[in-house]
Design a protein around this ligand. Structure first.
Ligand SMILES: Cc1cc2nc3c(=O)[nH]c(=O)nc-3n(C[C@H](O)[C@H](O)[C@H](O)COP(=O)(O)OP(=O)(O)OC[C@H]3O[C@@H](n4cnc5c(N)ncnc54)[C@H](O)[C@@H]3O)c2cc1C
Length: 430
């Protein structure tokens, strides 16, 4: 088994793959370009502050990631568990009841503030429509088409469905795949109450899973080489040689667990996967911008996570209510496109003041983090690659590979685990 598998990339997909391989007793080496573990979900240390490259939200439905967290010994207390809550100050207050679905939604709607009776009835209508069709929709349908087909009132679209779509798919409703949105609704609002829970990390994103994953690997003969980029994959008779691998020997199995644009260039360099590389390179990308504002002790949002309207941000998280310093706010702009970074901090402070209807102190510290290629744009009919390539022994893992889910931590974890299981099955058959 020595030097059996090389995984390129220590994001959530690569580490999920390595942990699952280690669970099967397969020795794994992970090569990571950066000094920090976590990829697009990682800690950022700046000016004495510890934040993430972007505020992340997990869902109770993230079954594979939560299994991996348990496997690697992560305490459930590292996630703040909230029932599905939509709190838009002055406009909407909805909290799903802690009861089995669909009663959780019905009771939550009956108690909701800010919706009239027509709006309260319209929300379950959409879920009933999806359930009747077994959550299958035409491949070309957008979320806006779905909302039209189910005659959703304007207020529900603006305050509930469109923000949820943007948060879950990082794609605006008129461009987003209705099928992928339906998959998310099926596994959250359409499932048990715990599946629609919102899970907000109370620790940074490297500490949440990558660091415990690295510790798990270290006790099972796994290795992670950080600051070690792989420049090219060279197919040979006995496997693959990796340019940049200090060991220099060929690997029988290699998993490319990088973001899609890096995977495309590694695949193209093999000289044998040009079509696959071109398809992956063509996946459209969407940005996410996170703006951190340190407003000081005594500043508290009305809930750990609130919805915002009228831009630029769509959500604000109170890190002080999720294990972070008091008064540290993370404002999120999904599908953010081009933004003027210089004025974003003050624009968001102004937005918070308007929407909370109170004055806030000047920010003691502002940090704007733009992830230009945060996720692929989850458009209708998008064909995502599978985990198998045309080169036996060369695999793909990442949030962009075929999955029911949009580009999320869960999609990344599922792809990594599936890849590991296929490799384990192939090794067992040998
Ligand atoms: C700002 C932001 C907010 C988000 N919000 C959410 C959210 O709320 N909920 C959610 O579920 N998801 C969210 N996501 C999406 C989620 O972060 C990603 O889907 C997930 O992290 C992707 O993981 P991955 O392992 O597939 O890829 P990556 O995280 O990109 O990991 C790839 C790794 O490969 C390394 N690498 C690349 N090339 C090489 C090479 N040649 N050699 C060695 N190493 C290499 C990279 O350095 C990186 O560490 C968000 C993403 C961003 C950016």
């Amino acid at each position: 088994m020595k030097h059996e598998v090389a995984v390129i990339g220590a994001g959530y997909a690569g580490l999920a793959c390595a942990v699952e391989l280690a669970r099967h007793g397969i020795e794994t080496t992970v090569f990571e370009r950066s000094a920090t573990l976590g990829g697009r979900a990682r800690v950022v240390r700046k000016d004495g502050w510890t934040v993430d490259n972007g505020q992340h939200l997990l869902l109770g439905a993230y079954s594979e990631l939560t299994r991996l967290l348990r496997l690697t010994g992560v305490s459930p207390r590292r996630l703040e568990h909230l029932p599905l809550t939509l709190h838009i100050p002055g406009r909407l207050r909805f909290r799903a009841a802690v009861l089995p679905a669909p009663i959780s939604l019905a009771v939550g709607l009956a108690r909701a503030r800010g919706l009239d009776w027509r709006e309260r009835f319209a929300m379950p209508t959409l879920l009933r429509h999806l359930r009747r069709g077994h959550f299958r929709l035409p491949a070309e349908m957008t979320v806006t088409d779905l909302l039209n087909a189910c005659r959703q009132p304007a207020k529900l679209r603006n305050l509930v469905w469109e923000p949820l779509c943007l948060a879950a798919l990082n794609t605006p409703a008129h461009e987003a795949s209705a099928q992928v949105f339906a998959n998310v609704l099926r596994d959250t609002l359409g499932a048990c109450a715990s599946a629609s829970e919102l899970l907000i990390p109370r620790v940074d994103l490297s500490e949440l899973f990558p660091v415990p994953a690295a510790q798990y690997l270290a006790t099972r003969d796994g290795r992670i080489l950080t600051g070690n980029a792989i420049a090219a994959i060279v197919p040979e008779e006995s496997g693959f040689r990796l340019a940049g691998d200090p060991g220099g020997h060929p690997w029988p199995q290699v998993v490319i667990a990088t973001a899609p644009h890096h995977a495309a260039s590694l695949l193209a360099a093999t000289g044998a996967c040009e079509d696959l590389a071109a398809r992956i390179a063509a996946l459209p990308a969407e940005a996410i911008t996170t703006v951190y504002l340190a407003l000081g002790a005594g500043v508290r949002l009305p809930a750990p996570m609130i919805g915002l309207v009228n831009g630029p941000a769509q959500w604000a998280f109170d890190r002080g209510q999720c294990g972070g310093p008091e008064g540290l706010i993370a404002a999120v702009i999904s599908a953010s496109g081009a933004q003027d970074r210089e004025v974003l901090g003050s624009a968001i402070l102004g937005q918070l003041e308007r929407e909370l209807d109170r004055r806030l102190p000047e920010a003691q510290w502002t940090q704007v983090i733009v992830e230009k290629r945060a996720t692929f744009a989850c458009r209708p009919g998008l064909v995502r690659p599978g985990i198998v390539t045309s080169l036996p022994g060369l695999w793909l893992a990442g949030d962009y590979v075929e999955s029911d889910y949009p580009a999320t931590l869960e999609a990344a974890a599922r792809a990594g685990v599936e890849c590991a299981r296929r490799i384990a099955a192939a090794s067992a058959a040998r």
